[in-house]
Design a protein around this ligand. Structure first.
Ligand code: NAI
Ligand code: HPV
Length: 418
């Protein structure tokens, strides 16, 4: 089987994967388009940001597994993969600490205008008076939208800074919030109204796209700090820029709607003055009463520690798939079975017995949802458990029992767990 790594992966993981019984091809510079050309004949695919499209999956006749070496998997057409029976897995939480570290870095950088202070020193200036004007963080409230892996790491660090933490998340109940030691918010606007700092750690979904707009920015106090190291499309970009001008919003970003891929240039007016008509010169820096935007080029997850943690998890997923037939962190296998009954069949472990049983079930219109089969020591007998939607009739069971190799047949009703 062939394993294609279509993005940069920590060298230690590439080495460990090469020790597995699989041919490893490392092509870190593949793009959406070139992946389509290289995917034929591949059994396992590892990607980070390289998109995996339905068109590529059309050509992936031998593909069994896609591993996204990162937190989420929006860059993969999971539906198309599911239609072809291809497993998709990710590496949840493994880069959370790195993202939280950058969030804290952006927070302090914004509050103290660190970037402008350094730029000013680089220009040979000593503007101690100007850069002494900062608000400070102690005792303020940070609102965390999305209390998943990253949100919790941010909460942990924010508490060490003497901040009060408020949280809004899909499954965050008041009781859960109390357990985590955070103030519960029932909506994003409620969160903003409770916070001096708002940081986003939500995934991008149909429900979260542009979830942060005018109303959320209006609910924040003037001169609030807003951090987005999650996804740009969570935010109405025009509303954010307007809040910078009208409410003195101070912003720290790691993600952008138009992130360049395969290019080293990024021409953007985001980081200059936001006031319409203001002159953007190379020496412009925001005053202590003005809103502004700082940014990093999507590097939140990119520490060596985090890349190693993600790569190690990637190896674990692939090793488990190859050696145990089990896919950890799989995201596209149904967890709720529609099966209501289990047919338990003990039989002699002989060629064709199982096929005979299945042909009887087929004749009686019984769809098998799941199958497990255990072979007993010595290899003489096996026990198959077939999960089915409808109860097989007595006649169907009698036909199965009639095979000489079938030792015993039973039907049990599955517990209703709902
Ligand atoms: N800048 C970067 O390099 C990185 C960015 N990210 C981004 O950060 C996001 C968060 O990452 P993790 O914490 O690892 O993900 P996660 O899945 O652990 O946490 C996401 C949280 O958002 C909540 N949520 C989902 N939909 C919601 C909705 N409609 N309303 C309210 N809450 C909702 C979930 O319940 C969960 O608690 C990722 O989806 C990814 O987009 C993650 C890693 C690196
Ligand atoms: O894990 C994520 O979701 C990220 O945004 C990090 O992306 P990367 O693995 O650095 O291309």
């Amino acid at each position: 089987m062939r394993l294609l790594i279509a993005d940069k992966l920590h060298p230690r993981a590439v080495e460990e994967l090469s020790a597995l019984p699989i041919e490893v091809i490392y092509e870190p510079d593949l793009t959406k388009e070139s992946l389509e050309e290289r995917i034929a004949g591949v059994g396992v695919l590892v990607v980070r940001s390289t998109p995996v499209t339905a068109a590529a999956l059309e050509k992936a006749k031998t593909l069994h597994l896609i591993v996204r070496a990162g937190a989420e998997y929006q860059t993969i057409d999971v539906r198309a993969a599911s239609r072809r029976g291809i497993y998709v897995a990710n590496c949840p939480g493994k880069n959370a600490a790195a993202v939280a570290e950058l969030v804290m870095g952006l927070l302090i950088a914004v509050d103290r205008r660190v970037v402008d202070a350094v730029t000013s020193l680089r220009n040979g200036q000593w503007r101690r008076g100007e850069y002494s004007k900062a608000e400070g963080l102690l005792g303020k409230t940070i609102g965390i939208a999305g209390m998943g892996a990253v949100g919790r790491e941010v909460a942990h660090r924010a508490k060490a800074f003497g901040l009060t933490v408020a949280g809004f998340s899909r499954s965050l109940t008041p009781m859960k919030a109390a357990e985590l030691g955070v103030v519960h918010a029932h909506s994003l606007e409620d969160l903003a109204s409770k916070s001096h700092i708002l940081t986003l750690h939500l995934p991008i979904t149909e429900r979260t796209r542009h979830i942060v707009g005018k109303r959320v920015f209006a609910a924040l106090p003037p001169r609030a700090i807003f951090i987005n190291a999650a996804r740009a499309d969570l935010v109405d970009q025009a509303a954010m820029r307007e809040a910078v001008v009208t409410r003195g919003l101070r912003v720290g970003l790691d993600v952008y709607p138009d992130e360049p891929r395969d290019k080293l240039e990024y021409a953007s007016d985001l980081f200059g003055p936001q006031t319409p008509g203001a002159e953007a010169s190379g020496t412009w820096s925001p005053s202590d009463s003005e809103g502004f935007i700082y940014g990093t080029p999507h590097i939140a997850a990119a520490t060596d520690q985090s890349q190693l943690a993600v790569a190690t998890e990637t190896v674990r997923v692939i090793r488990s798939f190859l050696l145990e037939g089990h896919v950890p962190n799989v995201v596209n296998v149904t967890t709720t079975s529609i099966a209501n009954f289990q047919v338990v069949i003990r039989m002699q472990d002989k060629i064709g017995t199982f096929a005979n049983v299945l042909s009887v079930l087929k004749r009686h219109g019984i769809n098998v949802e799941e199958v497990t089969n255990s072979v007993f020591e010595g290899g003489g007998a096996s026990c198959a458990k077939l999960r089915v939607v409808s109860r097989p009739s007595e006649m169907c069971l009698q036909e199965i029992r009639a095979f000489d190799e079938v030792l015993h047949v039973d039907v049990v009703t599955l517990p209703n767990l709902a």
